[in-house]
Write a protein that binds this ligand. Structure first.
Ligand code: BTN
Length: 269
C-alpha cells in the first residue's frame, strides 16, 4: 500500500525509537498523495492504532487552517499526519503539537523558533523581531460519534528546504534551511518532534495539561502584549493580546474588557 521510506527519515525514526512511545509506528510513506490528513483519517476509520504515522514526499491537495492550501512541493518539506485516540488528550492536542514541533525543531537544528497563536511555528527577523516568517503549521481534525471523540488526526507541515512560495506567501514563509543557511536533516526534525510530542502526551495522560500550557506560553512571547485584530462574536476588533486561557483561547483586551478569541484570522500589528 505504501512506498519505501527514504533512508534519512528511517534513520531519524530509528534514532528516537526509545523516546517516541507509540508515535510513528506503523508508518506509511507515499511518494505522492492528496493530503496525508485524509489518508490518516481513512486509516483511523479502518481501526488504525494511536500513533500511526502517514508521511508524503508531496501533497497534491495539502490543506491548512481556514480552508487554505498548504504548499507541498516534492521533497521540500515534512508532510506528516498522526492518529490519536485518547479522548482526554484531544482538547490539548493542537497546543501539545505546537509545543512539540517548536521543541523538535529546536532540538534538531538549534534554530530559536517560537509559536504564534494559534499554532504557527515562526522565526523572528533579526533586525525587526516583530516581523516573523512561518516555518511550520499544524492542522488537527477530529472525528466524533455519539460517545464523543473517535479519533483526532494531527497534521504537521514543516518547510525544510528553500522553495518558490506563491506570491502571497513570499515574504511571510520561510524554510529551516533558508534560515540556517545549511542543509537540515529532515529525519532528525521528524524524530525529535515525535519524541517531544510523546513527552507532551505523557503529561496529558498523567492529567498534567498545565505543563504543556506552561511550555506553550514560554514558547509564544508574541501572545503577551502584542497589538492584534481579531474576530470576537462575529465582529472585527482591535486590542492587546494577554496570553491564552487553559482551553487555548487567545485572550484579547478590547476597550478594557477581556475577550476570548477561539478561531479565525488574527492580524498581529
Ligand atoms: C496551517 O498552518 O494552516 C496548518 C498547515 C498543516 C499542513 C499539514 S501538511 C500535512 C497535513 N496534511 C495536510 O493536508 N495538512 C497538514
Amino acid at each position: 500500500m505504501s512506498d519505501a521510506l527514504p533512508s534519512e527519515l528511517a534513520a531519524g525514526l530509528e534514532a528516537t525509537a526509545s523516546r517516541r512511545g507509540p508515535l510513528g509506528s506503523p508508518v506509511y510513506y507515499f511518494n505522492e498523495t492528496g493530503s496525508t490528513n485524509d489518508v490518516a483519517a481513512t486509516l483511523a476509520e479502518g481501526g488504525a492504532a494511536e500513533g500511526t504515522l502517514v508521511l508524503a514526499s508531496t501533497q497534491t491537495a495539502g490543506r491548512g487552517r481556514l480552508g487554505r492550501q498548504w504548499h507541498s512541493p516534492p521533497d521540500a518539506g515534512l508532510y506528516a499526519s498522526l492518529i490519536f485516540r485518547s479522548a482526554a488528550a484531544a482538547p490539548f492536542l493542537t497546543l501539545a503539537g505546537g509545543v512539540a514541533v517548536a521543541e523538535g525543531i529546536r532540538q534538531a537544528t538549534a534554530l530559536p523558533v517560537h509559536i504564534k497563536w494559534p499554532n504557527d511555528i515562526v522565526i523572528s527577523d533579526r533586525a525587526r523581531p516583530s516581523r516573523r516568517r512561518k516555518l511550520a503549521g499544524l492542522l488537527a481534525e477530529a472525528s466524533s460519534g455519539a460517545d464523543g471523540v473517535l479519533h483526532v488526526v494531527l497534521g504537521i507541515g514543516i518547510n525544510i528546504k528553500a522553495t518558490a512560495y506563491p506570491p502571497e506567501l513570499a515574504d511571510k514563509a520561510s524554510s529551516l534551511e533558508t534560515e540556517l543557511g545549511r542543509p537540515v536533516d529532515a529525519g532528525a526534525v521528524l524524530g525529535e518532534t515525535l519524541a517531544e510530542l510523546e513527552r507532551a502526551m505523557g503529561s496529558l495522560r498523567r492529567g498534567d495539561a498545565a505543563r504543556v500550557l506552561g511550555r506553550w506560553r514560554e514558547l509564544a512571547p508574541s501572545a503577551f502584549g502584542s497589538s492584534v485584530e481579531a474576530d470576537v462574536g462575529g465582529e472585527r476588533v482591535a486590542g492587546v493580546a494577554e496570553g491564552i486561557d487553559d482551553s487555548g483561547a487567545l485572550l484579547v483586551r478590547v476597550n478594557g474588557r477581556l475577550e476570548r478569541v477561539l478561531s479565525g484570522e488574527v492580524l498581529w500589528t
